[in-house]
Design a protein around this ligand. Structure first.
Ligand code: MN
Length: 715
């Protein structure tokens, strides 16, 4: 294990200004906090963070990173808090440790690796500070190096996860060295037989004297020197894992793989790269389709090099990479190399290109702080990744809500969603989801998409589904309403109402079905009288028509529009975003004392406190919600329902509607319950501001001589 002074010396070797005192304190702190905890190897636990810090010195990271490396498991595994870290080691270190602790928690939620791609994106999105990711990779690297101490069943899982998630991540940020080491260890664990046989064959080749690597190196070196090019040439066998991958991809046997050796020519500048390439290609036969120029077209992770395949010295098929020293450093160390580079060279890195997404930022950054600030991994900050209860990851646009999540899982889940648990707690459907949230959608068959949802969903899938539903639902309502209007009108006129009669007049209304006619009447595009006159041409309308026409019944269309565009219900004590509706039995108004009842499947129903239907829930106190009207609840219009007995005489309906209108009420629905020679009994829905408004109207009606009885309808 790295000793305290050794670690400090390592850091000081590349960063003479490093905070020695803080490094020492962090070393001791980690040691004390992890105390007697042991690793699977039997070593004291604190040897792990110390080794991780050691790996980080290889990346030449700043002292904040080294300190965070030493502390990376303290918050997760000991009683240490982020605040404690902050007070002892400062804001920056605390933030990095906090990020690492969050990543560790996220890791535990991930159930399967089928979604490795999403998981990698999640890790990138969560590693706001690039140092979080670098320490995470160093952590994983050390865990892999000590993997053989773990129990076999645990080993396979960790190795698979490393291959699926962490090796590609290392590659993604350009850390070739880390990537290769992670892959080799995981490969040896997961495919021990294949690994061992490849290693055995490589050994055999070497023993056979066919280890011609040194010969080829010196020949290539000579080729360069002969042409006046200063270059260093190195050669290596490919790693067992990359040989195995190639065997799989090409479905080839080991013997068929001719290029198990790779050589590298490293030179000073780009121009010399192309000169070296010219020499190689003019001297040796090029193998078709093996030439790739990643200098003119870098890989997405910023990797630059020329690759070519030739029949090289000793008549052997080999792969040659040609690159500059700078490119090499970056290929091996990736973002860490940039970090060190920026540290050392400050403003000189202007012609330096890196990960494509960060290209412009880098070119403009002029000092390490700015570089760090700007390299916050923002490539996925337009997405959030959330877990299903089973641990599957769902990627969504930023600002998505549980409803978006539900629709992303399945349309049927979205359509029937009534609530959501986020990280185990019931939360409003309009809650904005955060990276790593675990979301459980509560569903009910009785639920339907709500127009309310349209205000907060962000995904196209959710929006489209809600609109589709609302369109179909509205039409259904128009059809029901239209049919009612027609039936009532025909009956009132003592005319036979039959579908047959309607079929004959379809064309008059450009309708394709009877439902079309109903819908048009319901929507108010066609009046009931238009239809009646079409069915009974020449029928003379009774006196009542004029009266009915004079009542301003707003079309259903208007009512729906209002519901849709209105502000959220102004009620206190509700769980925001939860579906809510006013009970049809009591029509509560601002001014009424109210309670909420949590219904099965339809959210919260608001009742007046004295509503008779509340008796049903007397034995279920858990369904009762204490709610009250908000400050400006009366700025919305609410529906009050009145039961009215009206004299059956000409003009009485007109008088009724005039009285309501004069008191600023608006009749939104009117239903004749009973009709005798001397009176009508009506149920009238009136849009009012609040209870006082309705009471005023009741008083006005009571004063009228055509009204013989009026009260709020309670049933
Ligand atoms: Mn660790």
């Amino acid at each position: 294990m790295l000793r305290q002074y050794e670690l400090v010396d390592l850091v000081k070797s590349y960063d003479p200004d490093a905070d020695e005192d803080a490094l020492n304190r962090a070393y001791v702190f980690a040691m004390k906090k992890h105390g007697a905890q042991l690793r699977a190897s039997g070593d004291p636990y604190y040897s792990h963070p110390v080794e991780v810090a050691g790996i980080l010195t290889k990346f030449k990271l700043d002292s904040s990173s080294i300190i965070a490396g030493l502390l990376h498991d303290t918050v997760e595994d000991t009683d240490t808090t982020v605040e404690e870290v902050k007070s002892l080691f400062g804001e920056q270190v605390a933030q990095i440790v906090d990020g690492l602790t969050k990543l560790a928690m996220i890791e535990q939620k991930s159930a399967n690796n089928k979604q490795a791609e999403n998981f990698r994106k999640l890790l990138l999105a969560m590693s706001e500070d690039i140092r979080v990711l670098l320490i995470k990779l160093a952590d994983r690297l050390h865990n892999m190096r000590t993997l053989h101490f773990c129990k076999p069943e645990k080993r396979a899982r960790i190795a698979r996860e490393t291959l699926d998630i962490y090796a590609p991540l290392a590659e993604r940020i350009g850390m070739q060295e880390v990537k290769s080491e992670l892959e080799e260890i995981a490969f040896a664990e997961l495919h021990k037989d294949a690994h061992d046989s490849i290693v055995a064959r490589l050994n055999f080749l070497r023993e056979q004297g066919s280890n011609i690597v040194p010969k080829i190196i010196s020949q290539l070196q000579k080729d360069m020197e002969d042409n006046g090019i200063k270059a260093s040439v190195s050669g290596r066998e490919k790693t067992p894992y990359s040989i195995w991958r190639k065997m799989q991809q090409k479905n080839a046997s080991f013997e068929q793989l001719s290029d198990i050796m790779a050589f590298r020519i490293t030179v000073d500048d780009i121009a010399t790269c192309y000169q070296a390439l010219g020499i190689v290609h003019s001297k040796y036969h090029m193998v078709p389709r093996r030439f790739k120029d990643y200098i003119s077209t870098p890989k997405p992770n910023g990797y630059k090099s020329i690759h070519t395949g030739v029949i090289g010295p000793e008549n052997t098929r080999i792969e040659i990479q040609i690159r500059t020293y700078e490119m090499h450093e970056i290929a091996e160390k990736g973002v860490a190399a940039h970090w060190a580079y920026k540290q050392g060279q400050k403003a000189e890195g202007k012609n330096f290109r890196w990960i494509r997404e960060l290209l412009e930022i880098l070119e403009q950054a002029s000092n390490p702080e700015e570089f760090l600030e700007n390299t916050k991994l923002e490539m996925y900050n337009d997405q959030v990744f959330c877990f299903t209860p089973k641990g599957d990851l769902i990627g969504l646009p930023v600002n998505s809500t549980p409803v978006d999540f539900a629709y992303a899982v399945h349309s049927s889940v979205g359509d029937s969603c009534v609530g959501a648990k986020i990280n185990g707690e019931i939360r409003p459907l309009r809650t904005v989801l955060q990276n790593g949230d675990q979301v459980e959608i509560l569903t009910s068959k009785a639920q339907h998409p709500s127009t309310e949802w349209e205000r907060f969903v962000v995904t196209g899938k959710a929006k489209a589904a809600i609109r589709r539903y609302v369109r179909a639902y509205k039409r259904e309502q128009f059809i029901t309403l239209g049919q009612e209007i027609l039936e009532r009108l025909f009956k009132g006129e003592n005319l036979e109402f039959s579908e047959k009669g309607l079929v004959n007049v379809l064309q008059n209304f450009e309708a394709e079905s009877i439902d079309d006619i109903y819908a048009k009447v319901g929507e108010g595009l066609v009046t009931g009288w238009d239809v009646l006159k079409a069915v009974y041409p020449g029928y003379k309308q009774s006196k009542l028509e004029k009266v009915v026409k004079s009542i301003k019944v707003p079309s259903f269309k208007k009512v729906i529009k209002k519901e849709r565009k209105g502000e959220p219900l102004k009620i206190k004590g509700l769980i925001p975003g939860m579906a809510v509706h006013f009970a049809g039995c009591c029509h509560p108004l601002p001014g009424d004392r109210i309670v909420g009842i949590v219904t099965t499947g339809k959210g919260v129903a608001v009742h007046t406190i004295d509503c008779k239907s509340l008796e049903k829930y007397a034995d279920e106190p858990e369904r009762w919600l204490d709610i009250a009207w908000g400050e400006d609840a009366e700025s919305d219009m609410h529906t009050g329902r009145l039961k009215i007995m009206l004299s059956n005489e000409p003009g009485s309906l007109g008088e009724l509607s005039n009285l309501v209108a004069r008191n600023n009420g608006n009749i939104s629905n009117l239903n004749i319950v009973y009709r005798t020679v001397s009176y009508f009994e009506l149920l009238v829905d009136i849009e009012v501001k609040d209870l006082k408004h309705l009471t005023d109207i009741i008083a006005a009606l009571k004063a009228s001589k055509v009204v013989s009885y009026v009260s709020r309808a309670t049933q």
